[in-house]
Design a protein around this ligand. Sequence first.
Ligand code: NDP
Length: 252
Amino acid sequence: MKDLLSLNGKGALITGGGTGIGLAISREFIEAGARVTITGRREDVLREACRTLGANASYRVCDVSQTATLPSLVDGLESERFPLDILVNNAGINLKKAALEVTDEEFGRIIQTNLNGLFALTREVGRRMVARRRGAILNITSMAALYALTKVAAYSASKTAVLGLTRVLAAEFGPSGVRVNAIAPGFIFSDMTAKALDSDPDRKRRVMERTPMGRMGQTEEVAAAALFLCSDAASFITGVNLPVDGGNSIGF
Ligand code: NDP
Protein backbone atom coordinates (compact mmCIF):
# COMPACT_ATOMS: atom_id res chain seq x y z
CA MET A 1 0.00 0.00 0.00
CA LYS A 2 2.85 2.38 0.82
CA ASP A 3 4.24 1.88 -2.70
CA LEU A 4 0.84 2.61 -4.23
CA LEU A 5 0.80 5.95 -2.40
CA SER A 6 4.30 6.85 -3.61
CA LEU A 7 4.66 9.76 -6.04
CA ASN A 8 8.34 9.04 -6.61
CA GLY A 9 9.60 10.66 -9.81
CA LYS A 10 6.27 12.34 -10.59
CA GLY A 11 5.88 15.98 -11.54
CA ALA A 12 2.96 17.97 -10.12
CA LEU A 13 1.53 21.44 -10.71
CA ILE A 14 -0.53 22.80 -7.82
CA THR A 15 -2.33 26.12 -8.34
CA GLY A 16 -2.64 28.29 -5.25
CA GLY A 17 0.01 26.06 -3.66
CA GLY A 18 1.52 28.82 -1.54
CA THR A 19 -1.14 28.88 1.19
CA GLY A 20 -3.82 26.88 3.00
CA ILE A 21 -5.05 23.67 1.40
CA GLY A 22 -2.74 24.01 -1.62
CA LEU A 23 0.32 24.34 0.58
CA ALA A 24 -0.66 21.26 2.61
CA ILE A 25 -1.16 19.28 -0.62
CA SER A 26 2.25 20.45 -1.87
CA ARG A 27 3.90 19.30 1.37
CA GLU A 28 2.16 15.91 1.25
CA PHE A 29 3.12 15.34 -2.41
CA ILE A 30 6.77 16.24 -1.79
CA GLU A 31 6.88 13.89 1.19
CA ALA A 32 5.52 11.19 -1.15
CA GLY A 33 8.43 11.81 -3.57
CA ALA A 34 7.00 14.25 -6.13
CA ARG A 35 8.61 17.34 -7.64
CA VAL A 36 6.11 20.16 -7.27
CA THR A 37 5.59 23.54 -8.92
CA ILE A 38 3.24 25.89 -7.13
CA THR A 39 1.54 28.96 -8.59
CA GLY A 40 -0.20 32.04 -7.27
CA ARG A 41 -0.26 35.80 -7.75
CA ARG A 42 1.96 36.84 -4.81
CA GLU A 43 5.65 36.13 -5.34
CA ASP A 44 6.63 36.72 -1.69
CA VAL A 45 4.11 34.10 -0.54
CA LEU A 46 5.31 31.57 -3.13
CA ARG A 47 8.99 32.17 -2.33
CA GLU A 48 8.40 31.65 1.39
CA ALA A 49 6.34 28.50 0.72
CA CYS A 50 9.13 27.04 -1.43
CA ARG A 51 11.65 27.79 1.29
CA THR A 52 9.64 25.65 3.73
CA LEU A 53 8.91 22.94 1.13
CA GLY A 54 12.56 22.35 0.22
CA ALA A 55 14.52 21.52 -2.91
CA ASN A 56 11.77 19.63 -4.72
CA ALA A 57 9.53 22.69 -4.82
CA SER A 58 9.61 25.54 -7.31
CA TYR A 59 7.19 28.33 -8.12
CA ARG A 60 5.84 30.36 -11.00
CA VAL A 61 3.95 33.60 -10.49
CA CYS A 62 0.80 33.06 -12.50
CA ASP A 63 -2.70 34.49 -12.29
CA VAL A 64 -4.93 31.62 -13.43
CA SER A 65 -7.65 34.08 -14.47
CA GLN A 66 -5.32 35.40 -17.23
CA THR A 67 -6.13 32.46 -19.46
CA ALA A 68 -4.05 33.66 -22.44
CA THR A 69 -0.87 33.16 -20.36
CA LEU A 70 -1.58 29.53 -19.45
CA PRO A 71 -0.33 27.75 -22.60
CA SER A 72 3.11 29.35 -22.19
CA LEU A 73 3.16 28.47 -18.47
CA VAL A 74 2.58 24.80 -19.29
CA ASP A 75 5.01 24.86 -22.25
CA GLY A 76 7.72 26.42 -20.10
CA LEU A 77 7.22 24.00 -17.21
CA GLU A 78 7.30 20.94 -19.43
CA SER A 79 10.31 22.03 -21.45
CA GLU A 80 12.41 23.46 -18.59
CA ARG A 81 11.36 21.26 -15.68
CA PHE A 82 9.46 18.02 -15.99
CA PRO A 83 6.42 16.42 -17.61
CA LEU A 84 3.29 17.01 -15.56
CA ASP A 85 1.87 13.76 -14.21
CA ILE A 86 -0.45 15.52 -11.75
CA LEU A 87 -2.44 18.76 -11.88
CA VAL A 88 -4.22 20.04 -8.78
CA ASN A 89 -6.64 22.87 -9.55
CA ASN A 90 -6.78 24.38 -6.09
CA ALA A 91 -6.60 28.16 -6.67
CA GLY A 92 -9.88 29.81 -5.84
CA ILE A 93 -11.50 32.98 -4.54
CA ASN A 94 -14.74 33.62 -2.72
CA LEU A 95 -17.16 36.51 -2.40
CA LYS A 96 -19.59 36.63 0.49
CA LYS A 97 -22.55 38.82 -0.38
CA ALA A 98 -26.33 38.41 -0.74
CA ALA A 99 -27.16 37.47 -4.36
CA LEU A 100 -29.19 40.65 -4.92
CA GLU A 101 -26.13 42.77 -4.14
CA VAL A 102 -23.68 40.98 -6.46
CA THR A 103 -22.69 42.98 -9.55
CA ASP A 104 -21.99 41.46 -12.96
CA GLU A 105 -18.34 42.41 -12.56
CA GLU A 106 -18.09 40.60 -9.21
CA PHE A 107 -19.89 37.52 -10.51
CA GLY A 108 -17.65 37.41 -13.57
CA ARG A 109 -14.46 37.79 -11.52
CA ILE A 110 -15.24 34.70 -9.44
CA ILE A 111 -16.22 32.66 -12.51
CA GLN A 112 -13.11 33.79 -14.40
CA THR A 113 -10.78 32.50 -11.65
CA ASN A 114 -12.61 29.47 -10.27
CA LEU A 115 -14.03 28.12 -13.55
CA ASN A 116 -12.64 29.67 -16.74
CA GLY A 117 -9.03 29.65 -15.51
CA LEU A 118 -9.37 26.11 -14.21
CA PHE A 119 -10.76 24.91 -17.54
CA ALA A 120 -8.13 26.64 -19.67
CA LEU A 121 -5.26 25.27 -17.58
CA THR A 122 -6.76 21.77 -17.49
CA ARG A 123 -7.14 21.78 -21.27
CA GLU A 124 -3.47 22.66 -21.75
CA VAL A 125 -2.17 20.10 -19.26
CA GLY A 126 -4.80 17.51 -20.20
CA ARG A 127 -3.77 17.64 -23.86
CA ARG A 128 -0.26 16.51 -22.89
CA MET A 129 -1.47 13.90 -20.41
CA VAL A 130 -3.82 12.38 -22.97
CA ALA A 131 -0.99 12.21 -25.53
CA ARG A 132 1.24 10.43 -22.96
CA ARG A 133 -1.70 8.23 -21.87
CA ARG A 134 -1.13 8.88 -18.18
CA GLY A 135 -1.98 11.51 -15.58
CA ALA A 136 -4.20 12.50 -12.69
CA ILE A 137 -6.14 15.74 -12.36
CA LEU A 138 -7.73 16.87 -9.11
CA ASN A 139 -10.19 19.74 -8.81
CA ILE A 140 -11.04 21.35 -5.49
CA THR A 141 -14.78 21.95 -5.26
CA SER A 142 -16.77 22.81 -2.12
CA MET A 143 -19.84 22.10 -0.02
CA ALA A 144 -21.25 24.99 -2.06
CA ALA A 145 -21.38 22.56 -5.01
CA LEU A 146 -23.52 20.15 -2.97
CA TYR A 147 -26.09 22.24 -1.11
CA ALA A 148 -27.45 25.77 -0.88
CA LEU A 149 -25.01 27.88 1.07
CA THR A 150 -26.44 31.39 1.12
CA LYS A 151 -24.47 34.56 0.27
CA VAL A 152 -22.03 32.82 -2.11
CA ALA A 153 -23.98 32.79 -5.40
CA ALA A 154 -21.00 33.26 -7.72
CA TYR A 155 -18.75 30.93 -5.76
CA SER A 156 -21.44 28.25 -5.66
CA ALA A 157 -22.09 28.61 -9.40
CA SER A 158 -18.36 28.26 -10.12
CA LYS A 159 -17.83 25.21 -7.90
CA THR A 160 -20.98 23.46 -9.16
CA ALA A 161 -19.75 23.98 -12.71
CA VAL A 162 -16.36 22.52 -11.77
CA LEU A 163 -18.17 19.44 -10.48
CA GLY A 164 -19.91 18.98 -13.85
CA LEU A 165 -16.63 19.59 -15.66
CA THR A 166 -14.93 16.94 -13.52
CA ARG A 167 -17.40 14.33 -14.76
CA VAL A 168 -17.21 15.35 -18.42
CA LEU A 169 -13.39 15.43 -18.45
CA ALA A 170 -13.25 12.09 -16.62
CA ALA A 171 -15.41 10.63 -19.40
CA GLU A 172 -13.41 12.25 -22.22
CA PHE A 173 -9.94 11.47 -20.81
CA GLY A 174 -10.79 8.05 -19.33
CA PRO A 175 -10.06 6.07 -22.51
CA SER A 176 -6.52 7.51 -22.43
CA GLY A 177 -5.95 6.43 -18.84
CA VAL A 178 -6.05 9.98 -17.50
CA ARG A 179 -8.13 10.26 -14.31
CA VAL A 180 -10.07 13.36 -13.25
CA ASN A 181 -11.46 13.60 -9.73
CA ALA A 182 -12.53 16.24 -7.23
CA ILE A 183 -12.42 16.82 -3.51
CA ALA A 184 -15.18 18.79 -1.81
CA PRO A 185 -13.61 20.12 1.37
CA GLY A 186 -15.97 20.83 4.22
CA PHE A 187 -15.07 23.68 6.54
CA ILE A 188 -11.30 23.66 6.82
CA PHE A 189 -9.14 26.12 8.79
CA SER A 190 -7.58 28.53 6.24
CA ASP A 191 -7.41 32.24 5.34
CA MET A 192 -10.56 31.79 3.27
CA THR A 193 -12.66 30.36 6.10
CA ALA A 194 -11.22 32.82 8.59
CA LYS A 195 -12.65 35.58 6.37
CA ALA A 196 -15.97 33.82 5.75
CA LEU A 197 -16.76 32.56 9.26
CA ASP A 198 -15.01 34.64 11.89
CA SER A 199 -17.16 37.67 11.12
CA ASP A 200 -20.36 35.56 11.14
CA PRO A 201 -20.81 33.55 14.37
CA ASP A 202 -24.34 32.47 13.40
CA ARG A 203 -23.04 30.88 10.17
CA LYS A 204 -20.25 29.18 12.12
CA ARG A 205 -22.77 27.73 14.60
CA ARG A 206 -24.92 26.38 11.74
CA VAL A 207 -21.86 24.81 10.10
CA MET A 208 -20.94 23.04 13.34
CA GLU A 209 -24.52 21.88 13.98
CA ARG A 210 -24.61 19.97 10.71
CA THR A 211 -21.11 18.53 10.99
CA PRO A 212 -21.38 15.12 12.74
CA MET A 213 -17.71 15.19 13.71
CA GLY A 214 -18.32 18.52 15.44
CA ARG A 215 -15.17 20.34 14.37
CA MET A 216 -13.53 22.08 11.44
CA GLY A 217 -11.00 20.19 9.37
CA GLN A 218 -7.26 20.64 9.02
CA THR A 219 -5.62 21.32 5.66
CA GLU A 220 -3.53 18.13 6.16
CA GLU A 221 -6.75 16.07 6.19
CA VAL A 222 -7.60 17.35 2.70
CA ALA A 223 -4.01 16.74 1.59
CA ALA A 224 -4.14 13.08 2.63
CA ALA A 225 -7.22 12.53 0.46
CA ALA A 226 -5.54 14.43 -2.40
CA LEU A 227 -2.54 12.12 -2.22
CA PHE A 228 -4.79 9.08 -2.38
CA LEU A 229 -6.76 10.33 -5.41
CA CYS A 230 -3.62 11.40 -7.33
CA SER A 231 -1.68 8.21 -6.57
CA ASP A 232 -1.80 4.72 -8.04
CA ALA A 233 -3.81 3.64 -4.97
CA ALA A 234 -6.78 5.23 -6.80
CA SER A 235 -5.88 3.77 -10.21
CA PHE A 236 -9.51 2.77 -11.04
CA ILE A 237 -11.18 5.84 -9.53
CA THR A 238 -12.27 8.64 -11.85
CA GLY A 239 -15.09 11.17 -11.96
CA VAL A 240 -15.75 11.22 -8.20
CA ASN A 241 -16.21 14.22 -5.93
CA LEU A 242 -14.95 13.06 -2.53
CA PRO A 243 -16.25 15.05 0.43
CA VAL A 244 -13.58 15.59 3.09
CA ASP A 245 -15.93 17.22 5.51
CA GLY A 246 -16.40 15.41 8.82
CA GLY A 247 -19.84 14.42 7.50
CA ASN A 248 -21.01 18.01 6.87
CA SER A 249 -22.55 17.10 3.51
CA ILE A 250 -24.69 14.33 5.01
CA GLY A 251 -25.40 15.98 8.38
CA PHE A 252 -28.90 17.00 9.44
P1 NDP B 1 -6.55 30.31 0.47
O1 NDP B 1 -7.16 31.67 0.28
O2 NDP B 1 -5.48 30.12 1.47
O3 NDP B 1 -6.00 29.72 -0.90
C1 NDP B 1 -6.33 30.20 -2.16
C2 NDP B 1 -5.06 30.16 -3.00
O4 NDP B 1 -5.41 30.41 -4.35
C3 NDP B 1 -4.04 31.20 -2.57
O5 NDP B 1 -2.76 30.61 -2.51
C4 NDP B 1 -4.10 32.25 -3.68
O6 NDP B 1 -2.82 32.84 -3.87
C5 NDP B 1 -4.51 31.39 -4.86
N1 NDP B 1 -5.21 32.15 -5.89
C6 NDP B 1 -6.33 32.90 -5.74
N2 NDP B 1 -6.64 33.50 -6.90
C7 NDP B 1 -5.69 33.12 -7.79
C8 NDP B 1 -5.45 33.41 -9.14
N3 NDP B 1 -6.26 34.24 -9.85
N4 NDP B 1 -4.39 32.84 -9.75
C9 NDP B 1 -3.58 32.01 -9.08
N5 NDP B 1 -3.74 31.70 -7.79
C10 NDP B 1 -4.79 32.26 -7.15
O7 NDP B 1 -7.80 29.38 0.80
P2 NDP B 1 -7.98 27.78 0.88
O8 NDP B 1 -6.71 27.09 1.05
O9 NDP B 1 -9.06 27.58 1.87
O10 NDP B 1 -8.61 27.47 -0.56
C11 NDP B 1 -8.06 26.56 -1.47
C12 NDP B 1 -9.18 25.97 -2.30
O11 NDP B 1 -10.05 25.21 -1.47
C13 NDP B 1 -10.08 27.02 -2.99
O12 NDP B 1 -10.41 26.56 -4.30
C14 NDP B 1 -11.32 27.04 -2.13
O13 NDP B 1 -12.45 27.44 -2.84
C15 NDP B 1 -11.38 25.59 -1.70
N6 NDP B 1 -12.19 25.35 -0.52
C16 NDP B 1 -11.77 25.72 0.73
C17 NDP B 1 -12.54 25.42 1.83
C18 NDP B 1 -12.11 25.75 3.22
O14 NDP B 1 -12.86 25.46 4.15
N7 NDP B 1 -10.95 26.33 3.45
C19 NDP B 1 -13.83 24.76 1.72
C20 NDP B 1 -14.16 24.39 0.37
C21 NDP B 1 -13.38 24.68 -0.69
P3 NDP B 1 -2.68 34.38 -4.38
O15 NDP B 1 -3.68 35.17 -3.60
O16 NDP B 1 -1.26 34.74 -4.07
O17 NDP B 1 -2.95 34.36 -5.84
